[in-house]
Design a protein around this ligand. Structure first.
Ligand code: PGA
Length: 232
């Protein structure tokens, strides 16, 4: 059976209380499935409480961050070092196009962040915007997410994005797999994914899952997305 990643990227949304409410709706309804990996990436402020709740209830949910420092521990004001997060997260999104666009993140910074995270033995999910985006050394999981497909664009404007065509997304995924040094590179698709269109993407041979933004915020819609993936 095909392994499928479903990543909830909450972006800068949900207070700690709202995050816990979501978790306690979704967590009890998720069945443990060998082939489905559900990852939730809240804000940094919610990580600690969510971690405790996931552990206490044994929810089949992996916790991740949306970003990580390109540096180690030390005098880097405002940064979250991978080493300091190692007890909280098992995963991080890196190089999301909103970070590249709004915070000037470069390919070099993305490579530095990836290195820091991989050094702690955690999973790096690097976002690539198209065929020309470099994949950092050692990275075995990427998310193809064209900026035009993000539901809120790059400026937090609801409704401007349009999902990519699944065939097109599949051919980009194939391209990255062919040129990778890692025969086991996994490629996700992200951009305006919802419970209606998710199956069309994850059914494609070279697509190993989805990165879900806006539609991951609503627990019922997120559960529907997971359900649809469970039937692939
Ligand atoms: P979206 O966001 O699902 O709202 O398009 C996806 C993402 O930016 O990760």
């Amino acid at each position: 059976m095909k392994k499928i990643w479903i990543i909830a990227n909450w972006k800068s949304n949900k207070s700690i209380g709202e995050a816990l409410d979501w978790l306690n709706i979704v967590g009890p309804k998720l069945r443990k499935r060998e082939n489905i990996k559900v990852v939730v990436c809240p804000t940094f402020s919610a990580l600690s409480e969510l971690k405790k709740e996931i552990q206490i209830n044994n929810y089949p949910i992996i916790l991740g961050s949306q970003d990580i420092s390109p540096f180690g521990v030390g005098a880097y004001t405002g940064e979250e070092a991978a080493e300091l997060l190692r007890d909280l997260i098992d995963f991080s999104i890196i190089g999301h196009s909103e970070r590249r666009y709004n915070f000037g993140e470069t390919d070099e910074m993305v490579a530095g962040k990836t290195k820091q995270l991989l050094n702690t033995g955690k999973t790096a999910c690097v976002c690539v915007q198209g065929n020309e985006t470099p994949v950092p050394e050692g990275c075995k999981l990427i998310a193809y997410e064209p900026a035009s497909a993000i539901s809120t664009g790059l400026n937090n404007t609801p409704g401007v994005g349009r999902p990519d065509n699944p065939d097109e997304a599949n051919s980009v995924a194939e391209f990255f797999k062919k040129q990778s040094n890692h025969s086991d590179l996994e490629v996700l698709y992200g951009g305006s994914v919802n419970s209606e269109n998710v199956k069309g993407f994850v059914e494609k041979e070279s697509i190993n899952g989805v990165l879900v933004g806006n539609k991951s915020l609503d627990p019922q819609e997120f559960l529907k997305i997971v359900e649809s993936c469970g039937t692939v």
